[in-house]
Design a protein around this ligand. Structure first.
Ligand code: FAD
Length: 298
């Protein structure tokens, strides 16, 4: 690896040391990134990776499905949300979206261009890269349903293309090699003859506001729904709504959401997650698997 000052001179994007990650995740907790890089564009990302290929690399989207531990993240954290946010509409009803685009923007763009299918993305506060990694979904849709192919980058800065068939796609998961990261995806969508995407989006957002603590720091649903059951109703049935550890609390509005206050540490949230898992297992003999990903060190 080149030394950091040399790399800084090679790239156009923002490369910083010891950056607090609190502002880069929706729980607003966690430690520092040893190095934090926001590439200017794809070429910049390639240059960067070609020169740091022996280091730990973590990609972060909008941090809306991660618990970043208080000890922070060693190596390089790469955040695409301020770059790689273009799109192209091709003639055959195919869209190419870059991985840094927000899910909300993608829902708005496709609605504006009069295509249907991706309205459900409107209330998911993540980036496309994170949504692909998580197979994000709601209201009966999931992001991979409309994907035909993706472009990826590996840790050494090489670009490769894969089709949807190259992946095993499951409930909030896909089998992505740990050294590969999404840079864009091609979606095949249908024209919306009813021209009703904007009103669908409004309805979805209204529904979310009525059921979820949307204004408070959270990571959305913490646990996956077990087969034939709902994590929220299991947690609620044990009287755990509003249960608190430190600055982390089970939401009163939605029992599968943990909200954090300004004093919360990542450890408070992790302890609350473990407490819920323990209680649900003791009383219901069901193990709640987390949807949220844990990254970094304690
Ligand atoms: C209020 C709220 C509501 C939510 N509602 C929903 C919902 O309805 N449905 C749903 O599915 N989720 C929901 N979520 C969770 C979250 O928004 C989604 O999982 C989202 O897709 C995560 O995207 P992100 O960019 O924030 O990913 P991050 O949290 O930044 O990262 C998630 C994972 O993806 C990896 N990753 C990020 N970018 C890339 C990349 N370019 N290539 C490879 N890996 C990458 C990260 O390393 C990490 O492992 C909600 C969250 C909140 C806060």
């Amino acid at each position: 690896m080149e030394n950091i000052e040399t790399i800084q001179k090679m790239v156009k994007g923002n490369l910083r040391k010891n950056v607090s990650l609190k502002e880069y995740n929706t729980w607003k907790v966690g430690g520092k990134a040893e190095y934090f890089f926001e590439p200017k564009n794809l070429d910049d990302l390639i240059t960067f990776l070609k020169n740091v290929n022996k280091k730990n690399v973590t990609f972060l989207g909008n941090g809306s499905n991660v618990l970043i531990r208080d000890g922070g993240i060693n190596g390089f954290v790469i955040c695409l949300k301020s770059s790689l946010n273009n799109y192209k509409l091709k003639q055959n009803n195919e869209f190419i979206f870059e991985a840094g685009l927000s899910c909300m923007k993608i829902a708005q763009i496709t609605a504006r261009e009069n295509f249907t299918g991706l309205e459900f993305l409107c209330g998911i506060p993540g980036s496309l890269g994170g949504a692909l990694a998580m197979n994000a979904g709601c209201y009966g849709g999931n992001v991979w349903e409309y994907v035909t192919s993706v472009d990826l980058i590996d840790k050494k800065g090489n670009i490769l293309k894969k089709t949807k068939e190259d992946f095993k796609i499951g409930y909030r998961k896909i089998n992505l090699d740990k050294d590969l990261f999404f840079i864009s995806a091609t979606f095949s969508l249908k024209e919306n003859l009813l021209k009703n995407s904007s009103s669908i989006i409004k309805e979805y957002l209204k529904d979310r506001r009525s059921k979820q603590p949307t204004g408070q720091p959270s990571c959305g649903s913490v646990f996956k729904n077990p087969e034939n059951s709902h994590a929220a109703s299991l947690i609620d049935s044990l009287g755990l709504k509003e249960y608190k550890i430190g600055g982390a609390q089970v939401s009163k509005k939605h029992a599968n959401f943990i909200i954090s206050n300004k004093t919360a540490s990542s450890l408070d949230i992790e302890n609350l997650i473990e407490y819920i898992q323990k209680k649900v297992y003791e009383k219901k003999k069901i193990y709640l698997e987390t949807e949220v990903k844990f990254i970094g060190t304690n």
